[in-house]
Design a protein. Structure first.
Length: 266
C-alpha cells in the first residue's frame, strides 16, 4: 500500500495540474472583491430579483451585513455553486486517467501491486488535493476580504469555521468522484469524464431551492451550505449520506472491476 501511495504522489512532482487547479480557485475567490459591493447594494434594496429583493434572500440566510463572519460563508458556497463539481472532477479524471493518456497503463498493470491498493492510493491523492484546494480557497478569501474591509472584526474562528464548512461541502462531491475516475479509465482524454461532470453540475444547479437537492449527491452541497444567489442552508439527514455512500460504493466497484479487467487483458 505504501509503495503504491508513494508512486501516486511521486507522479505529481512533474505535474502542472496542481498549478492550474490552484489558479482556478484563487481566480474565482478573487472575484469576490468585485462582488461585495453588489451584495451590499442588494441588501439595501438597490438590486431586485423577480418580485423579491435579493437582500431578502440574504436576510433569510442570516446575512444582513457584509462583515468577516458573513463574508467567510461565501467560500463553501463557491464549492457548491461554482468550482466544486467541475474542478474536483478534473482532478479525479487526471489522477485516474493519466496512465491511459500517457500510454503507461499496460506497464502499470504489470506491477506486482494489488489493484485495490492502487485505487485506494489514487483516492488518497484526490482527498489530499481536495483538502489543499479547500485550504487555498480560505487563504485566498481571507486576503480578498482583508483588502476590502481590513482586519477590524477579524477572528480566527471565522477561518476555522469556513475551512470546516468548505470541507463539508466537498465531501458529497468527493464521494461521487470514483464514477468520474471510471469514465477516465475507459477512454483516453478528459472529454467523457468532464461531460459527465458538466451534466451533474447542471442537474445540481437545477435543484437549487428544492428539497430534492438533499438526496442528490452532486446537489447536496447546495442543500447543506447554499449557493451565492440562494444562500439559505438546510440539513443533510442520514438518508442523504446513505445515498452518497451508495454512489461511492458503486463507483469504487466499477473502478476496481475495470482495473482488474485491465490486468486480465495484459
Amino acid at each position: 500500500m505504501m509503495r503504491a501511495l508513494s508512486a501516486e504522489f511521486a507522479k505529481l512532482k512533474r505535474s502542472r495540474m496542481i498549478l492550474w487547479t490552484s489558479l482556478v480557485v484563487v481566480g474565482y475567490t478573487s472575484i469576490g472583491l468585485a462582488v461585495f459591493p453588489l451584495v451590499q447594494k442588494a441588501q439595501s434594496g438597490d438590486v431586485a430579483m423577480g418580485t423579491a429583493g435579493i437582500g431578502d434572500v440574504f436576510a433569510q440566510a442570516g446575512i444582513t451585513e457584509m462583515n468577516w463572519a458573513t463574508a467567510m460563508k461565501f467560500i463553501p458556497m463557491g464549492v457548491s455553486g461554482a468550482w466544486g463539481i467541475m474542478l474536483l472532477s478534473l482532478v479525479a479524471a487526471y489522477v485516474f486517467g493519466r496512465e491511459l493518456r500517457e500510454g503507461t497503463d499496460v506497464a502499470t498493470a504489470t506491477l506486482p501491486i494489488r489493484r485495490e491498493f492502487v485505487i485506494a492510493s489514487k483516492m488518497t491523492v484526490i482527498a489530499t488535493w481536495t483538502v489543499y484546494l479547500c485550504a487555498l480557497a480560505v487563504i485566498a478569501d481571507v486576503a480578498v476580504v482583508a483588502l476590502y474591509m481590513g482586519f477590524d472584526t477579524f477572528a480566527w474562528s471565522y477561518v476555522g469555521r469556513a475551512f470546516a464548512e468548505t470541507l463539508y461541502a466537498c465531501l458529497p462531491i468527493f464521494l461521487t468522484l470514483p464514477l468520474v475516475g471510471w469514465f477516465a479509465m475507459t477512454r483516453k482524454g478528459y472529454l467523457r469524464p468532464m461531460l459527465f461532470a458538466l451534466g451533474t453540475f447542471m442537474v445540481a444547479n437545477s435543484l437549487v431551492g428544492l428539497e430534492a437537492a438533499s438526496y442528490v449527491p452532486w446537489a447536496m452541497p447546495i442543500a447543506g451550505v447554499g449557493v451565492t444567489w440562494m444562500p439559505v442552508r438546510g440539513e443533510l439527514g442520514a438518508a442523504s449520506w446513505l445515498i452518497a455512500a451508495a454512489v461511492f460504493v458503486v463507483g469504487m466497484a466499477v473502478v476496481l472491476r475495470t482495473a482488474n479487467r485491465a490486468d486480465l487483458s495484459v
